[in-house]
Design a protein around this ligand. Structure first.
Ligand code: ARG
Length: 266
């Protein structure tokens, strides 16, 4: 009798433990995020007009259309937005380590990255070009014209891959932050920086001695643009984010965020 009571007791305890465990597991990514009260995004704020530093009322602030987008998502979910600025090539590791809830960094949803994380739909389409010295603006019109040159790209980006794949014998200089690439270009250490059109335009606007070349890299249609990354297996969260993106796109909000971000670039 005593033994069966003990066994029943053990069973009750272990069943309770089981219920609690599976309860936690059943809680989807969206529910967990909502319960946490905050939305921590990882970004690399060297990418105007997507995300960049700007002094506002004497205070260093991270702004840009990715930030406006992240704020709109946080508002929609009723969460407090937190921005974590880091090197681009550390973002997916931070996401998988749980340091951030999502990555909003003008990131292309490549097949390779999709093995590691889940992506939303593309919220902004983009082409890839090179930023060069103003006097070379019309010199680099094709991949062949760039062959054999020193070309810079941000570490861990598709631009670094595009240079390796599409420019013959290029010497790639890969650095963590874009302003460091710009310094390399200005000092003549590299001839060009592989970067996205809108970002190249922003840097050219801020640096009159630089210009955007007419050359465009080739890039697969389904990877052409930026998407938000979340941890793998977050289907419910992806579904919700896509719903929010659809609405923001339909309401012209993203276009508006882009215009506003471009106005903030100096
Ligand atoms: N679109 C490129 C990629 O996904 C570069 C993105 C760089 N983003 C940044 N915030 N610096 O690889």
């Amino acid at each position: 009798k005593m033994a069966s009571l003990v066994i029943a007791g053990i069973m009750a305890v272990s069943m309770a433990a089981c219920t609690k465990d599976s309860g936690d597991k059943d809680m989807g990514a969206l529910e967990k995020l909502t319960a946490s009260g905050k939305l921590a995004i990882g970004t690399s704020a060297d990418f105007p007009p997507y995300e960049f530093h700007k002094e506002i009322n004497g205070k260093d602030t991270i702004v840009g259309f990715d930030i406006a987008l992240a704020q709109a998502i946080a508002d929609e979910l009723g969460l407090k937005l937190e921005i974590k600025d880091m090197d681009f090539d550390g973002l997916l590791t931070a996401l998988n380590a749980g340091t951030v809830d999502m990555v909003v960094a003008g990131m292309n949803p490549t097949a390779e990255r999709a093995l590691e994380v889940d992506f939303t739909k593309i919220y902004y389409t983009a082409e890839q070009t090179v930023l060069v010295k103003a006097e070379n603006k019309d010199k680099y019109t094709s991949a062949a014209s760039l062959a054999g040159l020193n070309i810079a790209a941000q570490k861990g980006t598709i631009q670094a891959d595009l240079v390796a794949e599409q420019i013959e014998n290029a010497d790639i200089v890969a650095l963590a932050k874009i302003p460091d690439l710009v310094m390399q270009l200005k000092s003549g250490m590299v001839e060009a920086i592989a970067v996205e059109n809108a970002v190249a335009e922003s840097y050219a606007k801020a640096n009159p001695d630089l210009a955007v070349a007419t050359f465009q890299f080739e890039i697969a249609e389904d990877e052409k643009g930026a998407a938000i990354a979340v941890k793998k297996g977050s289907e419910d969260l992806i579904e919700k984010l896509n719903e929010i993106l659809d609405k923001l796109i339909a309401d012209g909000k993203i276009d508006q965020f882009v215009v506003e971000a471009n106005e903030m670039v100096e």
